[in-house]
Design a binder for this molecule. Structure first.
Ligand SMILES: Cc1ncc(C[n+]2csc(CCOP(=O)(O)OP(=O)(O)O)c2C)c(N)n1
Length: 282
């Protein structure tokens, strides 16, 4: 596939992820919208073509894996999985409702395509390290991806996992930091300033890339560079905006977990549908 065509598919996936994420939360009336919107572009790149997957065989042993360590952003992953055909799209109408296969946080026992149960922040990178070690031990060339929140990096376990990944030279592990500079209680600088991610991961012996987290081309380029840099795990620090692409959410100060009024959501969905139509015509 030509690069422009590949990127178009990724950008389209990101817009559709935003639409379906807003719709899921509109139906139940609330949700973790801010941190789901901020990862929509990296999710678009991964599920729009960067990951080697088979929607008809979610546990295919040669697949690339994704751990969404910030498990509260599960709805963005569910949107991508549904759009790729891992499960029927109408499951998205059941987010977080009794008996659903799509709980508010990622659960690998319930949702086809979810590789690790997450939600207790700080644990996902350790799980991703385990998956990357196991994949290598099985002689598979697959990649393990992990999405970690910036506030989540205040958990000590992230840095334990980072040490182990470097020690075992896990060059098929690629971690994204969603650097939206907001957590529940304010900005990272206000709570616990660990915003020098690049310096920190460099000190932990990782390859480090820093890109605009809403630029699909830059994200894809960083992934491709990471794959050509052997002997070390890679981290891609994504500079993002919490709520990006859902205008009324983006403008809010606190937008971590909020009510999602139908009228506002419908207006956002209509606007994003126009954006998708534009990308389709490019
Ligand atoms: C161990 C643990 N402590 C607290 C929480 C509650 N919690 C859920 S999301 C969140 C904020 C996370 O901030 P960040 O990682 O920056 O995520 P984002 O802003 O991107 O949503 C917190 C404290 C949790 N899920 N797990």
């Amino acid at each position: 596939m030509e690069i422009t065509e590949k990127l178009r598919a990724m950008r389209l996936m990101a817009v559709n992820v935003r639409i379906e994420t807003i719709r899921q939360m509109m139906i139940i009336g609330f949700g973790h919208i801010g941190g789901s919107m901020s990862i929509a572009d990296v999710v678009g790149v991964l599920y729009g073509g960067a990951m080697n997957l088979d929607p008809h065989n979610p546990t295919w042993e040669d697949r690339d894996k994704l751990v969404c360590s910030k498990g509260h952003a599960g709805p963005a992953i569910y949107a991508a999985l549904a759009l790729r055909g891992f499960f029927p799209k109408d499951w998205l109408d059941t987010l977080n409702q009794p008996g659903t296969n799509l709980p508010s946080h990622c659960d690998r026992t319930k949702t086809p395509g979810i590789d690790l149960t997450t939600g207790s922040l700080g644990q996902g990178l350790s799980g991703a390290v385990g998956l990357a070690l196991a994949t290598r031990a099985d002689g598979k060339p697959a990649y393990t991806y992990c999405i970690v929140g910036d506030g989540e990096c205040q958990e000590g376990q992230i840095w334990e996992a980072a040490m182990v990944a470097a020690q075992y030279k896990l060059d098929h592990l690629i971690c994204f930091i969603d650097f939206n500079d907001k957590q529940i209680d304010g900005t990272l600088e206000q709570v616990n300033d660990i915003t020098n991610f690049a310096e920190r991961f460099t000190a932990f012996r990782w390859n480090v890339y820093a890109v605009d987290g809403h630029d699909a081309a830059a994200i894809l380029e960083a992934i491709e560079k990471a794959k050509t840099n052997p002997g070390k795990p890679s981290v891609i620090v994504l500079r993002t905006i919490k709520g990006k692409g859902c205008d009324f959410v983006e403008k809010m100060g606190y937008n971590h977990h909020i009510l999602m009024p139908r009228a506002e959501c419908e207006a956002e969905i209509a606007r994003l549908q126009q954006e998708a139509a534009k990308i389709e015509k490019e």
